[in-house]
Structures are given as C-alpha cells and as structure tokens.
Design a binder for this molecule. Structure first.
Ligand code: UDP
Length: 325
C-alpha cells in the first residue's frame, strides 16, 4: 500500500510511519519541520520504501502528485501545542485550515480516491460540562474569542471540510478526534503535560502544576492511537464519520504528577502556578476530557494494548538514555 503522511515527522505522524513500514507499505512523508523533528524520521531514511520531502503543504508543488500517488493519506500536518497556539494564533488558523483545503482539493481531483484520515482534536468539544464526550454532542464555542480556541476552530473547519469532501466527491474520509496522545518522541516544548512532567521529575524538579491540578485528562499511548487510525481507515463504515480516538482512563493532573514521580522513583517538589501565570490571559482550561469510545469499538473492535504506567516507564527510560548520551 502507498501511504502519504502529512506532518509525518511529528510525534504521532512518525509512529504512523513506523507502523506502516513494519507492515511492508511504502511511506511518503511531507513535513516542514516546524513542529515535527528530523530526528523522528531519521531512523527510516535508509529504508527504500520511505521517502521524505521537507516542504510546507501550503506551498509544496509536489502535493498534488503525492496525493494522487497515495492509496491512503493521514493528514496530520498542523500547528499544535498550547504554547504555539497562544504564541501565533493567526498561523494556527492559516496552516490548519488552508493546508487541509489544499490537500482535499488535490486528493479529490484525481481519478483514484484515496482513503483519508483527518486528524481533528478533542479540543473541539470546548469547555463542555459533559462527563463523557460523544461524537454527536452539541459543541461549545467560546464567544469571547480567546486565542486558545483558535486551534479548536481550525480543527472544526477541517472536520467540516473533510465531511463535505467525503459527501460531495464520494471519498472515503474519516475524521478522528484525538484525545491527549502520549508516548515516545513527544516533546514538552509546546506545552504537553506528560513529557514536561517526566523531564521535570528526571531533572530534579520542580513539577509545574497549573490551575490547581484537579482537572483531569485521559491519556492514550500513541502506539495504540496508530493502530486505531489504521483500523478506521480500513473500515468502510467509518467513512464520512467523526470518531473519537483515545483512552477513557481518567487521571487528575496532580495524580499524574504523583504517578510520574513514583515510576521515576524521584520525589521532587511541586510548583503550583495559576493559569494566568502559566499561559497569560488568552487561555481557558478544560476541566475534564474523557472520550466515549463506543463508536470506535463498535466500528473497529479496537482494544488498547498500553497502560499509562507502561507508557511512563518507556518515556522515563528514553529520557534517561538521552540524558546519559
Ligand atoms: N499542565 C500542567 N503543567 C504543565 C503543562 C500542562 O499542569 O507543565 C496542565 C494543563 O494546564 C492542562 C493539562 O495539564 O490542564 C493538560 O495540558 P496539555 O497541554 O498537555 O493538554 P490539553 O490541555 O490540550 O488537554
């Protein structure tokens, strides 16, 4: 199978590459290395079935050819991470919306209609009070227009584009709402809490807990995520659908800090910061974010292979190795 991964040098993208190379597929990555990192794909460069173009999907002349070559496209290219969203809210809208539009236009132009998986995000659920987030829920959009929500708005636009192209051009497109994906190769540079806590614990602390720490998240190992995406792309009934992809085990951010310390056998200080101190005025937190996985399981029979403790042990080992190196 021919697989195109936009944003394939990113954290999730590079795991998709690894997964499909292991299955014997040919994989083409386009990434401008703005969020993605060269070191994520470096191990694949010797593989004759792997091809990399360092390019921006907004302007890359090869996108049309790559999109029509592919049997399947994973569209992962996006500006992500709270710090980057707050830093450059205009670029978030431009890259995420226009990039998806350009890709879908090319993919729909060829005679051959590839399977397409579009990465959306649990961010689109917004600050909802719902305990369990289902794909058919009404969505909350904050009218005060804080920059934080630009990411959610850009992903909502991507969802609408994906579903519209699926209907109008009869392309098998599945939109996935990814919930707090974690695992090897994720960097804490752009805000993601788990790699930050691991780095902080291993370098002697303090661990920075924002907004009290009672807010909860549900973390899914990226190696489970890529299996779920592969299954969804292969499932005709998932075409034209929006599907949550994550893990429904919930944990508070304070408990996560405790778990990181326990697994790393490091007891470091916790530093509590308010959201304003951490992110400034353009941020609102989401207190709870737990996916309903009923649709994913019904469509694909997916089951998780990775527990959070195992993910953490891998991350801790990886950071220790990198530090030693
Ligand atoms: N968070 C924290 N300390 C950090 C980074 C993040 O307490 O150093 C909190 C953040 O405020 C949020 C949660 O951890 O409540 C998850 O943050 P992340 O940016 O990883 O994901 P998201 O908010 O998009 O779910």
């Amino acid at each position: 199978m021919h697989i195109l991964v936009t944003g394939g040098a990113g954290f999730i993208g590079s795991h998709l590459v690894e997964h499909h190379l292991a299955k014997g597929d040919a994989v083409h990555v386009v990434d401008n290395l703005s969020t993605g990192r060269f070191e994520n794909i470096e191990p694949f460069l010797d593989n004759p079935r792997f091809h990399f173009d360092e390019a921006d999907i907004l302007t890359w002349a090869g996108l049309e050819k790559a999109a029509t070559w592919a049997d399947r496209i994973y569209h992962m290219a996006a500006v992500v991470g709270v710090f980057r969203v707050l830093e450059d809210p205009i670029r978030v809208l431009a890259t995420n919306i226009a990039g998806t539009e350009r890709l879908l236009r090319f993919a729909s132009a060829g005679r051959w209609k590839p399977q397409i998986v579009i990465a959306s995000s649990s961010e689109v659920y917004g600050p909802t009070p719902a305990e369990l987030l289902r794909e058919d829920a009404m969505l909350y959009v904050q009218s005060a227009g804080k920059s934080r929500w630009n990411y959610a708005l850009s992903k909502l636009a991507d969802e609408a584009q994906g579903l519209s192209y699926a209907r109008q051009y009869n392309i098998p497109i599945c939109v996935v709402r990814l919930f707090n994906t974690v695992g090897p190769r994720q960097t804490g540079r752009y805000g993601m809490v788990l790699p930050r806590f691991v780095e902080q614990a291993l370098s002697g602390g303090p661990i920075t807990i924002y907004g009290g720490g009672t807010q909860t998240r549900s973390f899914c190992d990226v190696r489970d995520t890529v299996v779920a995406l592969d299954l969804l792309a292969d499932t005709p009934a998932a075409s034209g659908e929006i599907v949550n992809v994550g893990n429904d085990r919930e944990i508070s951010i304070s408990a996560l800090a405790d778990l990181v310390c326990a697994r790393a056998k490091m007891n470091v200080e916790r530093q509590h910061l308010s959201y304003v101190e951490a992110y400034g005025q353009q941020y609102d937190d989401i207190l709870r974010r737990k996916p309903s996985l009923e649709k994913l399981v019904r469509l694909t029979g997916f089951t998780h292979q990775w527990r959070l403790e195992e993910t953490l042990d891998d991350l801790i080992a990886q950071y220790r190795k990198r530090k030693a190196g």
